[in-house]
Design a protein around this ligand. Structure first.
Ligand code: C2E
Ligand code: MG
Ligand code: MG
Length: 478
């Protein structure tokens, strides 16, 4: 305020206590970086400190491990104890993990039932031992209410600077390694392995290429004859998918089908193979009305698509009769509770069903009792044992007898030698498939097998064999 002469006579001073506001801001920051349940730092808390921790390890020239822990079967624990019980387990796990490391180490609740620890030690062995001690600390039982809980965890470890010098990369490696540990079984611990990482990197790249191939419709279908082993006459074909990738060349279905199943791409690929096989079968069936072409169907197609509707539609569009189509399923499909209805619906339509790779999976005769297939395809691992393993020969004979008794035709897969063929003929095998008779070939060549009365049998092949040409090549030129 100013007086008469314009000089200040009073000052007004405003006091405001900002400590409350600072405390509040601190609290917000703490809340953002801290997990409210366990009071451990959370994911943001880890991100905020990880760079510094790695830099410090670099300055001090020590090693640092990122340890990723995931509680095994936590969902079951949560379901059986309820959320409050699940929370109690998480708090106990947090307490034990913190107590099992030294003061300089950091334990973080990363998400849900995932914890991350950052450990400092001089060498890799000590880091693995320290991570092992964390895991072991969890394994003692304790009671939640009147339920005894024994926590277990899967643990993945990545080490600075051995595996990477970048904090984010190390975290990713530790995470991926934890998944490998989980795949081994509960309570497992794994150290990052660069070889496995490059393999999983190759898989990721292949999955991308596969996605592009699906979009670009880069798949083709080849046909391998099913043959009467006595007469050599072609009775049908198995349709097999082929993928030619510009970078990788011809990729074996054995390596890309599992990947396609994991990613769900098999649904589209399977539909594509089915369309092509049905289109081709409709053409062949005009001249060969008894022909049966089989198409492999993945268990994933049963789970993720309305398979009977897809098949009915595809057959209708192609104008193929159901009696000319067969679906090859693996034993696993018969075990899935929901697929039995689909199988019966397909059978109702008149499509026949073959059990593929019989004997190689979780075979159980009770599944056969529940659902009687039209054909059983004896896995080639048993056929390979003919002439070499008494046990394999006994199994081959038993499956042939089983098929005969239950009225299922038996196809022997992977027949490669005249001895195998002879043994199968002697024991009354209905049909064979294998390189001895013919390899999978393009439709135009396959058609020539239909036109021929028979495929050349071993007796006819001796001269080309002597010249070092395989029977399959001889057949292809036939
Ligand atoms: P699979 O259904 O058991 O098919 C038979 C496989 O054995 C084919 O391999 C065939 O080329 C091979 N093979 C036939 N005869 C012989 C022989 O005498 N010796 C040897 N060593 N092998 C023989 P391919 O075409 O590489 O297919 C491998 C597997 O990939 C198939 O086994 C099947 O499980 C899967 N697959 C192929 N095409 C498809 C498809 O369109 N859909 C699905 N879901 N799976 C498919
Ligand atoms: Mg098959
Ligand atoms: Mg098979």
């Amino acid at each position: 305020m100013q007086g008469d002469g314009g000089h200040p006579t009073h000052f007004v001073i405003v006091f405001s206590d900002v400590s409350e506001r600072i405390r509040y801001q601190d609290q917000l920051r703490t809340q953002a970086y801290e997990d409210a349940l366990t009071h451990l730092p959370n994911r943001l808390g880890l991100k905020a400190r990880l760079g510094d921790l790695v830099n410090r390890a670099a300055d001090q020239e020590t090693r640092l491990a990122l340890v990723f822990l995931d509680i095994d079967n936590f969902k079951e624990i949560n379901d059986s104890l309820g959320h409050a019980g699940g929370d109690a387990v998480l708090c106990e796990v947090a307490r034990r993990l913190s107590a099992s490391v030294s003061l300089a180490d950091l334990v973080v609740r990363y998400a849900g039932d995932e914890f991350v620890a950052v450990l400092h030690r001089g060498d890799v062995d000590s880091l693995v031992a320290a991570a092992g001690a964390m895991k072991d600390a969890l394994n003692a039982g304790f009671c939640v209410g009147d339920t005894l809980v024994v926590p277990q965890a899967s643990v993945g470890i990545a080490v600075y600077p051995d595996h990477s010098t970048d904090a984010e990369t190390l975290l990713g490696y530790a995470d991926a390694t934890m998944y490998q540990a989980k795949a081994i079984g509960p309570n497992s611990l794994q150290l990052f392995d660069p070889e496995i990482a490059s393999r999983s990197n190759r898989r990721t790249l292949m999955a991308q290429a596969l996605r592009r191939a699906v979009a670009g419709d880069e798949f083709t279908v080849v046909y391998q004859p099913r043959v009467n082993p006595v007469t050599g006459r072609t009775t049908g074909f198995e349709a097999l998918v082929r993928w030619y990738d510009p970078e990788r060349g011809q990729v074996s279905p054995a390596s890309f089908i599992p990947l396609a199943e994991e990613s769900g791409l098999i649904v589209r690929i399977g539909e594509r193979v089915l369309e092509e096989a049905c289109r081709q079968t409709a053409v062949w069936a005009q001249a060969y009305s008894d022909l049966v072409v089989s198409v492999n169907v993945s268990p994933v197609q049963f789970e993720r698509s309305d398979l009977s509707a897809v098949i009915a539609n595809t057959m209708k569009n192609a104008g193929v009769s159901p009696r000319n189509l067969e679906l090859e399923i693996t034993e696993g499909v018969m075990m899935a509770p929901n697929s039995l209805g689909t199988l019966r619906a397909l059978r109702q339509m008149g499509v026949s069903i073959a059990i593929d790779d019989f004997g190689s999976g979780y075979s159980s005769l009770s599944y056969i009792r529940n659902f009687m297939a039209d054909r059983v395809k004896l896995d080639m691992s048993f056929v390979r044992g003919i002439g070499r393993s008494r046990a394999d020969e006994v199994i081959v004979k038993a499956v042939l007898a089983l098929g005969r008794t239950l009225g299922m035709r038996v196809v022997a897969e992977g027949v490669e030698t005249p001895e195998q063929r002879g043994f199968l003929v002697d024991n009354g095998c209905d049909e064979v498939q294998g390189f001895w008779f013919a390899r999978p070939v393009e439709a135009v060549i396959a058609q020539s097998y239909l036109a021929a009365d028979d495929l050349p049998l071993p007796e006819l092949m001796t001269s080309s064999e002597e010249h070092g040409v395989s029977s399959a090549d001889a057949v292809q030129r036939h």
